[in-house]
Design a protein around this ligand. Structure first.
Ligand code: AMP
Length: 357
């Protein structure tokens, strides 16, 4: 059943980073209020939200007070502790649902789920010990990538194994965390689909974007992506398949490797996604508004793209170029209001509109 929230209702958002900030702006444009729950002080989302709770995820009193003051809860990152989610959900609905979080929090659970749907993933094996790693490498071969099962992002918690000699240092890099060895996928390029599903089960996908990563961090997303009509159709259908299987409500990012054997799913993110930022200047309804629409039970936008866009992340010192970007009328600047510029830190992004779709 669709539960439609009326304007003026409050959306609780777990996490106060840039994604929470842009969700808050979208919610406010539709007349909703937002309440951010974030352990860190002065979060980017706090500048544009109605209320901010600053508390850790084990503060039960703060979690209860937060949950009782909002009409629905959503999140901007997937690593919210289970105990906090249990408590929150006993008070107020969480969208997207817990299953989506559980599946995406652990790389092995995620790969089992995706393979169960008949989708292609990299060859993988669970690794906790040196013996596991030796066996996994014997089965999968090098090059391969060792990743922590949980809490990895932006290429963190990953070590490449080019040949067998790299194995023990790669395992040491995991610092004892349960891990997964992934075979190296020989892809021509990477794309992602930003897909949305509404409460009635309606699915709407944005056009796939083509992603370039530098040092494991997203550098650019370009639309349209270099895909054949069939590949584009495959990408969108497989994303819809994933959302339907999870009875998902909200926006999800599905990262794909393009290979001669077809599309291989790298990972799914049960939230708005960095590779969907281009939608802010390429579509009438962007991924942030789309997510808010889904969680409040409104109709979804159709995902249609009116412009071609190149999204470029501004990381660390890239902020020095802001004054130049500001002079370019084809560039929309989106800055996150972070006080300190740090190497590797996402400070903002630009969407360069490169033509009409
Ligand atoms: P991840 O954090 O898992 O999304 O990985 C970050 C980036 O590392 C990906 O976008 C790819 O560029 C690369 N990568 C990760 N896993 C693999 C793999 N199994 N094979 C080839 N490249 C990979």
């Amino acid at each position: 059943m669709t539960e439609v929230l009326s304007t003026g209702s409050t959306i609780g958002i777990l996490g106060g980073g840039q994604l929470g900030r842009m969700l808050s702006v979208a919610a406010s444009r539709l007349g909703f209020k937002t309440h951010i729950f974030e352990p860190g002080i002065n979060p980017p989302a706090g500048h544009v939200a109605d209320v901010v709770t600053t508390a850790p995820y084990d503060d039960e009193a703060a979690l209860k007070a937060f949950a009782s003051s909002v009409d629905v809860i959503t999140y901007e990152f997937e690593n919210v502790p289970t105990s906090a989610l249990d408590l929150l959900e006993s008070v107020t609905p969480i969208r997207p649902n817990r299953r989506a979080l559980a599946v995406s929090q652990d790389r092995i659970t995620e790969k089992e789920f995706l393979s169960g749907l008949g989708l292609k993933v990299a060859p993988y094996a669970a690794v906790d010990t040196n013996e596991d790693l030796d066996k996994a490498l014997a089965d999968i071969g090098a090059p391969a990538i060792l990743k922590t099962r949980r809490f990895g992002y932006d290429g963190k918690g990953q070590a490449r194994i080019m040949d067998m000699d790299d194995a023990s240092s790669a395992l040491a890099d995991m610092a004892g965390a349960p891990s997964v060895l992934e075979g190296f996928v020989s892809f021509s390029h990477e794309v992602s689909v930003i897909a949305a599903r509404g409460q009635a089960g309606d699915v709407s996908c944005f056009d796939p974007g083509q992603n370039v990563h530098v040092n494991g961090i997203l550098h650019t997303t370009t639309v349209p992506a270099n895909l054949t009509g069939n590949q584009r159709m495959d990408a969108v259908l497989l994303a819809a398949n994933i959302l339907n299987a999870l009875d998902y409500v909200g926006v999800m990012g599905v990262e794909l490797f393009v290979t001669p054997e077809g599309l291989v799913v790298n990972e799914i993110a049960p939230r708005v996604h960095n590779s969907g930022h281009w939608t802010q200047n390429g579509c009438v309804i962007d991924q942030f508004e789309q997510h808010i629409r889904a969680v409040v039970g409104w109709p979804l936008g159709d995902g249609k793209r009116h412009s071609n866009v190149e999204m470029l992340n501004l990381i660390g010192d890239d902020m020095d170029r802001v004054a130049d970007y500001a002079k370019d009328g084809s560039v929309a600047l989106h800055l996150y209001g972070k006080a300190d510029v740090k190497a590797g830190r996402k400070m903002g992004h630009v969407n360069k509109v490169t033509g009409t779709a």
